[in-house]
Design a binder for this molecule. Structure first.
Ligand code: ASP
Length: 352
């Protein structure tokens, strides 16, 4: 449903070709110069409708997206790494109760908050992930520590928390993650489950089409730094009412996160089961690598023709090795923002 591309062009071409060089929505502009760096973020995709949003709430989301991306922008502008930009940008959203990551994570069926995160370095193809943690303040920091300070790619549960403690990460009482809003959302779903007549497991409220979109809010970031290195990361509380230790796509390298300097960096958000089955993030990169298609084309193909056709919904943010940035999603909205090396900021919420 929604496409957004930012391209960059030299100022002189503006005059020479009389082209509209201002980066505006739905106005793809031909690349004439590779930007030095670029950063793109999301704060979750789903049924985000203007009619359900107050101006105050919307302003809050916009301000937080702006605050988060500006952290990463400054890092990149000062010659910092894409990995640092991704980590620090995600930290801001993890610390905000607005998003389903860190503080504000959604509740499991058992009324706990179980968080997943992952990060990938496009230069080395090294990656780290954590799943099902309940006490680590910033799960993206844990994912990064797993990548940089362990021989493994993914740690889970208690073991991941022990690793976090051993590596000096912030550990908090699980009550830190509690928010009224997310707790009430769980109660609403549990209530609707009680009234469910058909007890087929697949028809529990978790899968109910009417409410499945109400529980997104995952955060993610993809960035290109001045050294040409790409990185991507994703952090989430998963889906409201998840149970049985359910783990979504966010901590799965190739589904929720992927980065490769030869192609692009991608962070996903949406109905995780479908993103895992469609291998969304890696598939986009693979299409670019093996078929030579553009980031935009690859993202559209995977979101609509693969993941979407399976029945899933959600979206991605991505940046390629040349600094092209793409938002692609098949939901009504996605909290999202981008900044190029000229400091031009775009913050969007709705599909249109
Ligand atoms: N993808 C996440 C999950 O399934 C949820 C989301 O992105 O909102 O766990």
């Amino acid at each position: 449903m929604k496409k957004f591309i930012l391209f960059f062009t030299l100022p002189f071409l503006f005059f020479a070709c009389n082209e509209n060089t201002k980066s505006t929505e739905e106005t793809p502009i031909k690349i004439t110069e590779k930007p030095e760096f670029a950063i793109v973020i999301h704060g979750g995709a789903g049924t985000i409708l203007r009619k359900n949003m107050t101006p105050e709430k919307e302003a809050e989301y916009r301000a937080k997206l702006k605050e988060a991306i500006q952290i990463g922008y400054e890092i990149l502008k000062n010659g910092g790494t894409s990995l640092d930009a991704v980590t620090k940008t995600i930290n801001v959203m993890e610390d905000s109760p607005l998003f389903n990551a860190g503080k504000g994570a959604v509740f499991t069926h058992e009324e706990t908050n179980e968080m997943d995160a992952s990060i990938m370095d496009g230069k080395t193809l090294n990656a780290g992930a954590s799943a099902g943690t309940t006490t680590v303040k910033n799960p993206i920091d844990l994912a990064r520590a797993v990548m940089e300070q362990s021989p493994h790619v993914m740690l889970s549960g208690k073991g991941a928390e022990n690793f976090a403690t051993e590596h000096g990460l912030d550990i908090l009482d699980p009550s830190y993650f509690y928010t009224d809003r997310r707790f009430k959302a769980l109660q609403r779903i549990k209530d609707s489950e009680k009234t469910e007549l058909d007890h087929d497991e697949k028809k529990t409220a978790f899968y109910d089409a009417d409410i499945k979109n109400s529980k997104f809010g995952t955060v993610g970031c993809a960035a290109l730094d001045k050294d040409g290195n790409l990185a991507a990361g994703t952090s989430t509380g998963g889906m409201t009412n998840k149970r049985w230790g359910r783990i979504g796509d966010s901590p799965i390298i190739g589904s929720g996160t992927y980065a490769n300097n030869a192609t692009c960096a991608v962070s996903s958000t949406g109905w995780g089961e479908y993103f895992i089955r469609a291998q969304v993030a890696h598939d986009i990169s693979a299409m670019m690598e093996y078929k030579g298609v553009s980031l935009e084309e690859a993202a559209r193909e995977v979101i609509y023709n693969k993941m979407g056709k399976l029945g899933g919904d959600g979206g991605i943010v991505a940046v390629d090795k040349d600094g092209n940035m793409v938002f692609e999603f098949n939901t009504e909205g996605m909290y999202r923002a981008s900044m190029n090396d000229k400091g031009e900021l775009v913050v969007e919420i709705y599909e249109k």
